[in-house]
Design a binder for this molecule. Sequence first.
Ligand code: HAM
Length: 422
Amino acid sequence: MYRAPRGTRDILPQDQPYWQFIRDQIRRLSTLYGYERLDTPLFEETSLFTRGIGASTDIVEKEMYTFQDKGGDSITLLPEATASVMRAYLEHGMYVLPQPVKLYSILPIFRYERPQAGRFRQHYQFNYEAIGVQDPALDAEVISLAWRFYKDLGLRGLNLQLNSIGDQNCRPIYIEALINYYQGKEGEICTDCRARLKRNPLRLLDCKNEGCQPIIEAAPKSLDLLCPECADHFAALGEQLNLLQIPYQLNHRLVRGLDYYTKTVFEVWAPGIGAQNAIGGGGRYDGLAKEIGGRDTPAIGFAIGLERVIMTMKAQGVQVPPWPRPQIFLAYHGSEAKEEGLRLVDRLREAGFRAIMSFGDRSLKAQMREADREGVEYTLILGEEERRREEITAREMTTGQEAQVEIGRLEEWLRERLEGGA
Ligand code: HAM
């Protein structure tokens, strides 16, 4: 028996109402904020990610699904969307459009991670990017879209974590301060941290190891070493978030796992879903466009992990509209009635009713059981006798009441009793 590959999941019909509800919210909110949809391919040239995300990040070092295609090119399944969106922006010359260009996507993301609750090898993101403007008010708007999205889904108890990690001017100074601080402490930190100190010092702040915590707590903070431009940007953003009444928590340890960030970084954490509690993350990435060979283009964006959002909705008992059930079941008796039934169900669908029919020539009793299990409102029973009279028996399932309805005016009769039906 085959099973879905480790770290992947089927999204079964019973979960689809959550997904549909979320997709509806995404479309509604994206329109409210002036975003348009972009669909990129699900794979790109590998170097887009090694250059864009950074060669020494966990994603690039350990987690990419990379392979050589039959033509010998190195291809990677999207391990995130931002680099692709920026590639598309540059490729299609979107810098000639009014800025910022706001683009959103809903797409699967592939990361070879160790699977656990809330961490998959394929997950879905609602990703959105606002490209072309360097203004803290745009950061505030991007955060506001995230905040409203979660709120409108009905989630509670969320925590917005905010930090600034500076830019090409002040970050090197901060990193140097961090390295100096760790100098002489190599014996007290874990082996992973010793490696981070050499390869990616910012990630030192991310370590979950118990023994490293006191050292991280006392480490220099990026906010204390920002250059005037980054400090002003961050101060303005704080004020604008206050204006929008969006509560946030400063977190000097928040550095994010991708190298392209500059200035603002933020995440949203949810209670009650375990260790993988980040239900979204993002930030400003003013250097990415240039890093991947394009013109200098400031940008900011965010991505929301949809599986974790659904986990939170379930944990908090959020109700979503159910998937529409069939309203009508057509049962038949005899082969001529079956053909007539096929035509009739088609007519009902044309009229806008959700109608299904029985298949497989089962006994009337078995068909009635089936209709019951489908939870329809009416079962239409077509036998040879009814056919001759050009009538059909309509059985109201909740009461068991039956009526003879003229086939010619069936739609009209149903329209008086059921929702829908144009
Ligand atoms: P990220 O933080 O790597 O950011 O991913 C965004 C969100 O995707 C996470 O907060 C989480 O909810 C979800 N996620 C990530 N990995 C997994 C996984 N293995 N299983 C389930 N859910 C997961 C980015 O990808 C950036 N591109 C976001 C961004 C957009 N920055 C600027 N623009």
